[in-house]
Design a protein around this ligand. Structure first.
Ligand code: MTE
Ligand code: HPA
Ligand code: MOS
Length: 801
């Protein structure tokens, strides 16, 4: 990967901090080599687990020492997409060596329906099955392989019922998991009738498997007096606790859930980790032994939900400049067999179908379709990508229809700074930076020159065609469900001066614990090495929200900062008592406590404070200000702020085979004042590449029976290191968050995912060039089904039925 050192994120970020009044001495640390004795925030510290992960000594749940007597479970899966479950014959399975028994719906002591949002999902299928891969029960055995083999010997008798397998069939049948939602502003019908130009279109965009490296896993350990310890690879320990208590019919206080880290979550462990924990706990309850349940990769594909596939139809009106004057947009989400998080996912798609553009007269219809497939769930972007791709497709086609440059058309549609700045859900966009950011990327990526070079290439080359695409992103930060925007933390200072932090967030590789440790270190003025963040634990911070919506650092970082501030205030009050000065005069920096009279070592102050019975630990609590929104009309201010970015991508396609390659990518992305530029760079690169996979190679195929045919890496292709574009240059935007967010930073986890829509737009431009050679109308819309597999590219060119 090439990086332009002149524009290295570290330099940009620290320059920004200096400009904002920080001492210039702290600028320019080399990547991975933070300066000593300086504040921890703003520096590219390595991930707190990086060394242990590389050495193989970082524990995932399957690495934990097992308790004596542990049994292993494997799931019994439905073989029919929709049907009546007549009988479950376990005789053959029970006769196999090592098998202890099975767990079925009748073994559930509490509620047989999961404690999910819509209460529409059985813990184990009972009278009916609703997708191939639905879990009917478990086999429990002495070893993992014995359990898995036995599960395949369970004989199911199922009478098939008609199954709905595609989103279009679900729409036709009005098969929904939740009622449709309509959002309107202005008068779209009239605006369309009066529009100088008009286009209609439709699009299908596929789902995406999370493909976390660590598959879904839970380990349930019965404790004394009806209490439980659950190790769960989950983004939401608090919900796992709630669900396990609900299924066992016990109080939440009797269930403790712990998660040190996940080997990736990407949204796939926001709710669906809870299913495994409930299943493992039910097995452990029945047999009175600890039970571990880890799905193998194929079962993980078959059982768990994915990114929602979407289908769209639109009618758009626009003027000669390509400015949209009216839009009717239909979005249908394939939710699978239950609601899960589909309501908020589809809502977020509605909130992001403007992306960065003002839609004056607009009518959006959002359908939450029920199909007999896995229950689709959160996945990085959480419906945002499915909203953004719709409007970017529409704008690309408008530019083509007018024969205008697509960046010019996009610029013409941007939200204004003082007018045309209210979203279709009535939120004023106050922090728009795209007017500056897009031209900056246009320049640094040499967009205009390369457009000309691409045109020249295409004129000279009949077989390989190139395309260039430049698209922005504006992503709303906050959980759309306002109540989730709260967090708690605990900071403990021990008498040796070391600091332990616990907060409600979870670590999935995104670097949350590292950033929280940096924040606490700076609040207490101690070196980062003195701060340790421990496993997420429902016994330490209760009722924590899922680590999701990219807001992990915003929420938990602030809560931890407040907790540390309380301890610091206690210590400051103590020192001013000694020195006879005001508490505001005490500074904490560089491992020292500095009063106007004396400078003391942090460790000495802590020891002395303890001896004087000063409290050395505290909690902290944060809730995001300013947000509110009406769930029924989807109007208000659902987001505290927006994160912005843009990417310029060049691709090539082979018009004979349909193969494509991403040649070069230039990204300019806004993380505010970066708390950790090394981690943010990783999030931007990783998010982009994951988005590229969604739109190019990652194709989910369900066959005519509703069986997922692509359920292993042999048939489902995620990007490998070799697919990472050779030129991938990332620059960070240099301004802080204009809202008061921790350290002036902005959330980074999800927004860069949508930068990959530039790949899709570049591919459509290359396809248009190929089609032009065949004499087709160069101005007609390019219909490219996502992902842009070789077949879909050939179809879009018109060389495959
Ligand atoms: N990065 C890694 N390495 N692994 C992950 O699972 N999940 C993404 C993103 N980045 C993920 C990741 C998703 S879906 C979200 S919402 C955020 O991280 C969650 O963490 P944060 O809020 O702390 O950014
Ligand atoms: N993002 C991610 N997860 C969520 C959200 C959201 O906006 N709302 C509820 N769960
Ligand atoms: Mo992320 S999809 O909000 O877990």
């Amino acid at each position: 990967m090439k990086r332009d050192d002149d524009h290295a994120p570290t330099a940009r970020t620290t320059a920004g901090r200096a400009a904002a009044g920080n001492p210039p001495a702290m600028t320019q640390p080399a990547m991975g080599q933070p300066a000593m004795g300086q504040p921890a925030m703003g520096q590219p510290h390595a991930h707190e687990s990086a060394r242990a992960q590389v050495a193989g000594s970082a524990h995932y749940i399957d690495d934990l020492p097992e308790v004596k007597g542990t049994l292993y479970a494997a799931p019994i899966l439905s073989t029919v997409a929709h049907g009546r479950l007549e009988s479950v014959d376990t005789q053959a399975a029970l006769q196999l060596a090592g098998v202890h028994g099975v767990v079925l719906a009748q073994d559930i002591p509490g509620d047989p329906v999961l404690a999910a949002f819509a209460h529409d999902e059985p813990v184990f299928a009972q009278a009916t099955v609703q997708h191939i891969g639905q879990v009917i029960g478990l086999v429990v055995a002495d070893s993992v392989m014995q359990a898995r083999r036995a599960a395949r010997q369970v004989k199911l008798s199922i009478t098939a019922l008609p199954a709905i397998l595609t989103v279009r069939d679900a729409l036709a049948a009005e098969s929904y998991v939740l009622p449709p939602v309509h959002v309107r502003r202005g008068d779209a019908a009239q605006a369309l009738a009066q529009a100088p130009h008009r286009l209609q279109g439709r699009l299908e965009v596929g789902g995406q498997e999370h493909f976390y490296l660590e598959g879904q896993i839970a380990y349930a350990l019965p404790q004394e007096q009806g209490q439980w310890l659950i190790h769960s690879s989950t983004q939401h320990p608090g919900e796992v606790q709630h669900w396990v208590a609900h299924a066992l019919g016990i109080d939440s206080h009797a269930v403790r859930v712990e998660c040190r880290r996940m080997g990736g979550g990407f949204g796939g462990k926001e709710t669906q980790a809870g299913h495994l924990a409930v299943w493992a706990a039910l097995a452990a309850h029945k047999f009175g032994r600890p039970v571990k349940l880890r799905l193998d990769r194929d079962d993980d594909f078959m059982v768990t939900g994915k990114r929602h596939p979407f289908a769209y139809e639109w009618d758009v009106g626009f003027d000669d400049a390509g400015r949209i004057t009216g839009l009717k947009l239909m979005m249908a989400a394939n939710c699978g067999f239950s609601a899960d998080l589909s309501g908020p996912v589809a809502d977020r798609a509605v909130f992001h179908c403007d992306n960065a553009y003002f839609l004056e007269h607009v009518e959006i219809a959002s359908y939450r379709c029920k199909t007999h497939t896995q229950s689709h769930t959160a996945f990085r972007g959480f419906g945002g990508p499915q909203g953004v791709i719709a409007i970017e497709t529409i704008l690309g086609d408008i530019a083509r229809a007018l024969g205008r440059d697509a960046l010019d058309v996009r610029m013409a549609n941007l939200y204004g700074l003082h007018e045309r700045n209210v979203t279709h859900y009535q939120m004023t966009v106050e922090d728009n930076i795209l007017h500056e950011l897009l031209p900056q990327l246009e320049q640094s990526a040499l967009y205009r020159q390369r457009q000309e070079a691409v045109s020249a290439w295409n004129a000279a080359n009949p077989v390989l065609k190139r395309g260039l695409g430049l698209t922005p992103v504006k992503f709303g930060i906050s959980f759309t469900a306002t109540l989730f925007n709260q967090a708690g933390a605990l900071v403990h200072v021990y008498t040796d001066g070391s600091v332990q932090v616990n907060h409600g967030g979870t670590e999935m590789g995104q670097g949350l614990h590292t950033k929280v440790a940096q924040i606490v270190a700076d609040e207490l003025g101690v070196p980062l090495s003195r701060v340790l963040v421990t496993a997420s634990d429902t016994a330490k911070v209760p009722n924590a929200s899922a680590t999701a919506a990219s807001s992990g650092t915003d929420l938990n970082g602030r809560a931890a900062q407040f907790a540390a501030r309380h301890v610091r205030d206690n210590l400051a009050a103590f020192v001013c008592g000694l020195d006879g000065c005001g508490a505001g005069a005490i500074r904490f920096a560089g491992g020292q406590v500095i009063s106007p009279k004396r400078t003391r070592r942090w460790e000495d102050v802590v020891k002395e404070a303890y001896a004087n019975r000063i409290q050395l630990w505290s909690d902290g609590f944060y809730r995001t200000p300013k947000i509110h929104y009406d769930k029924t009309t989807l109007t208000g201010r659902p987001f505290y702020y927006f994160a912005y970015g843009a990417a310029c991508t060049e691709v090539a396609i082979d018009t004979h085979t349909g193969e494509s390659r991403v040649l070069a990518v230039d990204i300019l992305h806004d993380v505010g004042h970066s708390i950790n530029p090394a981690i943010d760079l990783g999030q931007i690169e990783g998010g982009f590449v994951q988005g590229m996979g969604w739109l190019t190679t990652e194709q989910l195929v369900w066959n005519d029976e509703g069986r997922l045919a692509t359920h292993a890496p042999s048939t489902y292709k995620i990007p490998a290191t070799g697919d990472v574009p050779e030129h991938l240059r990332v620059q960070l935007w240099h301004q802080p968050n204009r809202e008061d967010n921790v350290g002036g930073s902005k959330a980074v986890g999800e927004p860069p995912f949508m930068l990959a829509i530039s790949v899709y737009e570049a591919l459509r431009n290359a396809i248009a060039a190929a089609r032009g050679d065949g004499g087709a109308d160069a101005r007609a819309p390019v219909q490219l089904t996502a992902p842009a597999t070789a077949e879909n590219v050939l179809r879009a060119i018109g060389r495959l039925e």
